[in-house]
Design a protein around this ligand. Structure first.
Ligand SMILES: Cc1cc2nc3c(=O)[nH]c(=O)nc-3n(C[C@H](O)[C@H](O)[C@H](O)COP(=O)(O)O)c2cc1C
Length: 220
């Protein structure tokens, strides 16, 4: 598989089969992603990968947090979506809820769909990602490079992923279950495993803008 093939094939998967990924495949995945570039090669990404009972413990604790607490992510979530971002966000929701058969005004259905984030969409593994609080935006860029490296490698290995900022919404819980130190900022999580390709939600496909919306070639 070429990098271009992996870029074309990767998508967010929101229904997984329960079978765990063998330990040696996990090792290969994370070892490959270590090649991601970073500011002065500081390699600021820190990840805790859960399996088995640890996944169950994290999932249960996060679900309990959704029932008893309010989201309070370390890195505040965006609130305003001016154009063109508002339209992109709307299209993303439409594609996703459309694939799940949830109507626009179905509040209970949307709430259930949000809760599925904390069930890890049925995945056998969670990856909780943090970085030292000192790094700011350049550290976050490095973690982004690592994230895409990880997701493309996962694609090549036949694995499925969903990056989830929602998994960072209850940082106290993740911090306690995964022993993430206080001087680390929790950024996001990922669900990781094998795609349940029979699940309608995995038919959701987001679009991308035509190139001039994002890139200008300046020649004179
Ligand atoms: C940093 C980050 C956080 C995200 N958080 C969530 C999330 O909490 N829940 C979710 O279902 N998808 C989440 N996504 C997935 C995006 O919705 C998805 O990448 C986007 O709609 C494009 O679709 P695609 O990944 O299928 O190409 C996140 C993606 C990124 C990169």
């Amino acid at each position: 598989m070429t990098v271009k093939d992996a870029l074309a094939a990767r998508k967010s998967v929101r229904a997984f089969r329960p079978d765990p990924v063998p330990a040696e495949v996990l090792e290969e995945l994370f070892t490959t992603a270590q090649r991601a570039p970073s500011w002065c090669n500081i390699q600021p990404w820190r990840a805790v990968v859960t399996s088995g009972a640890a996944t169950t413990r994290l999932r249960d604790a996060l679900l309990e947090a959704t029932r008893t607490g309010m989201p309070a992510p370390d890195a505040g979530f965006p609130i305003d979506y001016p154009e063109p971002y508002g339209s992109h966000r709307k299209e993303c929701g439409k594609v996703l809820y459309g694939a799940m058969g949830i109507a626009r005004d179905d509040k209970a259905g949307r709430f259930d769909a949000w809760l599925r984030n904390y069930q890890l969409f049925g995945a056998p593994h969670a990856v909780m990602v943090s970085m030292a609080r000192t790094w700011g935006i350049y550290g976050a860029l490095d973690v982004g490079c690592w994230l895409q490296s990880l997701m493309l490698t996962a694609t090549e290995l036949g694995l499925a992923t969903c990056a989830q900022a929602s998994l960072g919404a209850y940082p106290g819980v993740a911090r306690a279950v995964c022993a993430i130190p206080d001087d680390e900022q929790l950024l996001f999580g990922l669900s990781l495993g094998y795609e349940d390709s029979a699940a309608p939600v995995n038919e959701a496909r987001t679009s991308r803008s035509p190139l001039p919306a994002n890139v200008r070639f300046l020649t004179t």
